[in-house]
Design a protein around this ligand. Structure first.
Ligand SMILES: Nc1ncnc2c1ncn2[C@@H]1O[C@H](COP(=O)(O)OP(=O)(O)OP(=O)(O)O)[C@@H](O)[C@H]1O
Ligand SMILES: [Mg+2]
Length: 482
């Protein structure tokens, strides 16, 4: 018999994927983190045996990644591959199975499902957190991958919004929040505006230097130090067998984490190429110096996001720091210099986004349009199709337009209708029949993936002359019921 929980949130990360369930235990609400043996989220990497098609997932496969690479196709960050078309498979294994990015992503969902089963729960439905910039193609493919693993994605939620609601009890009085999410693969910064349980994103910015990059940099530096100590500078990092290089990368990551609280960390490996046994004590100042460029780049990224939000750094009420790499002590020190006591770092920063998603799966709330979207009429007036503030679930609208001359096409100019500086989003040409006052029908909808699509056709033309536009940049807000 399994526990009857149906409130799961998933953070499908580039490096780690986290699943959290919200349970009502004896009247208390608890969030259960479904971690691997080490209590950490599951690495998002998958290894597939080229001959047998056997799949390896989870933390152990990550730690042995170079070893497995000898006989397996190792796919590290399928999240970034989901946009690729499915023409060329990532792998055709010995059983002639073609592995597409969706197949690989579904293996991650299957592994998450298994993790949950270990706690005697069933993961059948979940809210999934995604970056706001996730394209419609990626959203559809992620949905498909989850479905292949028997998981229905009930709703998507943007990662920073999930992070904010995970900490809502403490942050509800804040109006302007910078969410700083530094993980294994990317740093994503978003500036959020909050009012009475409604959240909108004012600006986003990111960079692809993160935890994995730091581990590799440390490993290379440690290698050079050892080579110098042993007077063997001729032995390059690449000369070390892949498996033993992995040991050093894993040991570097461990040391990196230890520096969050300690001034010293020791790296010890029993077998490291021609160097044999390795034991090296590292000091915090060395570490801080090595990663200073990455920390400076991250702080700069935050400053740029704040600048483009036009909010002003002094008006940021709080910087919410999530993602594992936010735990870096040199980063915390640099942030404290700028924001002093305006920093908020939840304890479980690698789980926070999944926890927020699980919370929102349970609490009633809705996405709404954080912008208007409509057509610029020939008179110069703006005709709204979707108005700011409209709930997006199940949104559908139809309207008719008349051609005012006898042209061969009707040209629709879609814009956000901003009063001061309207942003022109798309020009869509629809074949017409050259009749005066010919009616052009426009059907708009927002689907479950939060993608706005409009279909336009002359009533005198056949379906073949339907033209459509899919807008993946629709700015959405999310509000919870008060
Ligand atoms: N205390 C710590 N100090 C420094 N780094 C840490 C600490 N704890 C975890 N990390 C690092 O955080 C990274 C994983 O973070 P997280 O799980 O947030 O990534 P992710 O969400 O999968 O990645 P992304 O957001 O880039 O898609 C790893 O590189 C890990 O080494
Ligand atoms: Mg992340």
């Amino acid at each position: 018999m399994g526990l009857l929980t149906d409130c799961f949130g998933i953070d499908f990360g580039t490096t780690n994927s986290a699943v959290v369930s919200r349970r009502d235990q004896d009247g208390n609400i608890v969030f259960h983190q479904h971690g691997s043996d080490y209590g950490l989220p599951m690495p998002s990497s998958i290894a597939i045996d080229r001959k047998t098609g056997e799949v390896y997932s989870g933390r152990r496969s990550w730690e042995k990644r170079s070893e497995l690479a000898e006989r397996c196709e190792y796919i590290r960050s399928v999240k970034s591959l989901l946009d690729d078309d499915d023409g060329a498979p990532l792998l055709i294994d010995g059983n002639d199975k073609r592995w597409t990015p969706v197949d690989v992503a579904s293996e991650i969902f299957k592994a998450l499902k298994k993790l949950v089963r270990n706690s005697h729960e069933r993961l059948d439905r979940a809210t999934v957190a995604i970056p706001i910039t996730f394209s419609p193609t990626k959203r559809r493919k992620l949905r498909q991958a989850a479905a292949m693993a028997g998981i229905e994605i009930t709703s998507f939620i943007s990662e920073p919004t999930a992070a904010f609601f995970a900490n809502y009890d403490d942050l509800r009085s804040c109006s302007t929040i910078a969410v700083f999410d530094w993980g294994g693969g990317t740093l994503d910064v978003s500036v959020l505006k909050h009012s009475g349980g409604a959240v909108e994103e004012l600006a986003v910015r990111g960079m692809s230097i993160a935890g994995d990059h730091i581990d590799m940099k440390m490993a290379r530096h440690i290698h050079s130090m050892i080579a110098r100590d042993r007077r063997s500078t001729g032995i390059a990092f690449e000369d070390i067998p892949a498996r033993q290089r992995d040991y050093l990368i894993v040991a570097s990551e461990r040391a990196k984490k230890e520096f969050s609280g300690d001034d010293e960390a020791t790296v010890a490996i029993s077998e490291y190429g021609d160097f044999g046994t390795l034991r090296k004590t590292l000091i915090y100042d060395w570490f801080a110096e090595i990663i200073r460029p990455e920390v400076d780049a991250a702080v700069d990224c935050l400053k740029k996001a704040v600048k483009s939000s036009k909010v002003g750094i002094n008006n940021i009420d709080v910087v919410l720091m999530v993602g594992g790499t936010s735990g870096l002590r040199p980063l915390r020190e640099a942030m404290e210099q700028i924001f002093a006591d305006r920093i908020y770092m939840p304890e479980n920063k690698e789980w926070n986004i999944a926890m927020g998603a699980a919370k929102l799966r349970h609490e009633p709330g809705e996405h709404y349009a954080a912008q208007s979207l409509g057509v610029n009429l020939s008179s110069g007036a703006f005709y709204p199709i979707l108005s700011r503030g409209t709930p997006l679930k199940g949104f559908k609208a139809s309207c008719d337009f008349g051609i005012v001359d006898s042209s061969e096409e009707a040209r629709f100019i879609f814009s956000d209708g901003d009063e001061r500086a309207p942003l022109c989003l798309k020009s869509l040409s629809v074949p017409a029949y050259r009749f005066l006052y010919e009616k052009i029908k426009l059907d708009a909808e927002v689907d479950d993936n939060l993608v706005f699509t409009v279909y336009a056709k002359s009533e005198r033309q056949s379906e073949d002359f339907t033209r459509f536009w899919e807008y993946d940049g629709l700015r959405c807000g999310y509000r919870i019921s008060k």
